[in-house]
Ligand binder design. Structure first.
Ligand code: SPV
Ligand code: MG
Length: 435
């Protein structure tokens, strides 16, 4: 046990204090003065899930625990920085290290303690029925429309760039929700989901020409919402006529969608990646501004966002036209600007961002690096980008894999040859948790 002035450190990333936390503190105080780190919001979304309470509210929660001597904010999920500053004699942690991300964190703790002879105390992790129930209730709260809707705006203030992945079903929603990567330095996950018109249509075997109607698109959203908690950005195509768009805005808000992006095209919309190979018409600036204003006027909540998408670079109308539209759409009320390009190089996107940022430091910029896919998030951040959307990769990954399986079965007149490339029967029947 520690001497009188020993320091015991632990870090909490929770919105509520339950008996598991109290057990840990009880154990900790046997070793010395208990210092608790509260993981900051930005790191909590990478490591765990979106916090229901702000960092300062979570600090207050921990300060109220009687045996805690001091509360600090831990601003990195890895412990080395905070530990080198605090030099605790002990770090105390539950023995729940089974996930990859937990293993990486454990190693980081062991390495930093080794440097000066600190000790890791591992106590049995409390995970009884009561705690499981509390945990489930927290997740359920996160999926409620009122709470989910505003989460995109909050993320924009919290993280350097909102990493958004395409989803088109409950299953892809689960991939966006649950995929976490962990290596020595990083733990990361996606922040938000994009309900792409291209992928939603393709999944239904239909072309991306606004043929799949809103009722059907809303059903896709509902399937995703039922099994996820992350914010949703909806690809609203052209938004249709203003008189229809206002209804779409109300429905999306009610469902708990965080943002709709509408593009400045009119008439028969085709996918942007066709560019000028097919006939596509750009809307007039004034007319599109009226649609944005009508949508903003119809909106009931403060936290829903209408983002205007500019097709000038796609339709080869030039940079000046793109910038002119961006400022006009912003002035009409757009909460963000999406700029699209189908070039292999990111140059025109970066030029747009730099020129837009010269005059506007605030309005969020959204990009979709499908064709200029060598650019990294870090470079995009440097040019003022706030949301990056990976718009179609999950669907494109699934199609060749499925086609390959179908061909193999046809060729071999049995399924044996493809089996080892597939998810095991055990994994598929246990993939989806039951309540
Ligand atoms: C989509 O994902 O449907 C989009 C982006 O609108 S793009 O396909 O690049 O036009
Ligand atoms: Mg689309």
């Amino acid at each position: 046990m520690g001497s009188d002035n020993s320091i015991v450190y632990t870090c909490f990333c929770t919105d509520i204090i339950h008996e598991g936390h109290l057990n840990l503190i009880n154990e900790a105080k046997k070793y010395g003065d208990v210092v608790v780190g509260v993981l900051c919001d930005a790191q909590m979304v990478k490591y765990n899930r979106f916090p229901l309470k702000s960092t300062s509210e979570r600090v207050k929660l921990v300060e109220e625990i009687p045996d805690v001597s001091k509360v600090i904010i831990q601003d990195q999920i890895m412990y080395d920085k905070v530990v080198e500053e605090l030099r605790p004699d002990y770090i105390i942690h539950g023995d729940n290290w089974s996930e990859d991300s937990m293993k990486v964190i454990r190693q980081n703790i062991v390495d930093v303690l080794d440097k000066y002879g600190g000790e890791l105390i591992e106590v049995p992790y409390t995970f009884n029925e009561n705690i499981q129930k509390v945990d489930r209730q927290m997740r359920e709260q996160l999926s409620m429309p009122e709470l989910r809707r505003g989460r995109l705006k909050k993320l924009l203030d919290m993280v350097p760039v909102v990493k958004t992945i395409e989803v088109h079903s409950g299953l892809t929603g689960l991939i966006a929700e649950k995929t976490v990567i962990a290596d020595e330095e990083h733990i990361d996950q996606f922040d938000a989901m994009w309900v792409s018109s291209l992928c939603d249509s393709t999944e239904k075997g239909k072309p991306d020409i606004e043929l799949v109607d809103m009722t059907s698109r809303f059903r896709t959203i509902n399937d995703i919402m039922e099994v996820t908690t992350k914010p949703i950005i909806f690809d609203g195509d052209t938004g249709g006529i203003a008189e229809h768009f206002v209804y779409t805005v109300r429905s999306l808000e009610r469902m708990g969608v965080s943002a709709v992006i509408i593009e400045d095209k009119i008439g028969l919309k085709k996918n942007s990646l066709f560019g000028t190979e097919v006939k596509q018409t750009q809307d007039e600036i004034g007319h599109f501004c009226e649609k944005i204003a009508a949508g903003k006027n119809a909106q009931l909540s403060d936290d829903f966002m209408i983002i205007a998408r500019i097709e000038s670079l796609i339709l080869e109308q030039g940079m000046e036209d793109a910038l002119k539209r961006a400022f006009a759409f912003r002035d009409a009320g757009a909460d963000g600007i999406m700029i699209h390009s189908r070039r292999k190089e990111p140059d025109e996107i970066l030029e747009f961002c730099d020129k837009f940022r010269e005059k506007d430091k605030e309005t969020p910029i959204v990009v979709v690096p499908s064709s200029y896919n060598t650019i990294t998030e870090e470079e995009l951040i440097k040019h003022g980008v706030n949301i990056v959307i990976y718009a179609n990769q999950l669907l494109r990954a699934a199609f060749p894999a499925m086609q390959n399986a179908a061909k193999s079965i046809l060729k071999h007149h049995r399924a044996h040859e493809i089996d080892e490339e597939l998810l095991s029967i055990k994994d598929i029947i246990t993939l989806i948790d039951e309540l």
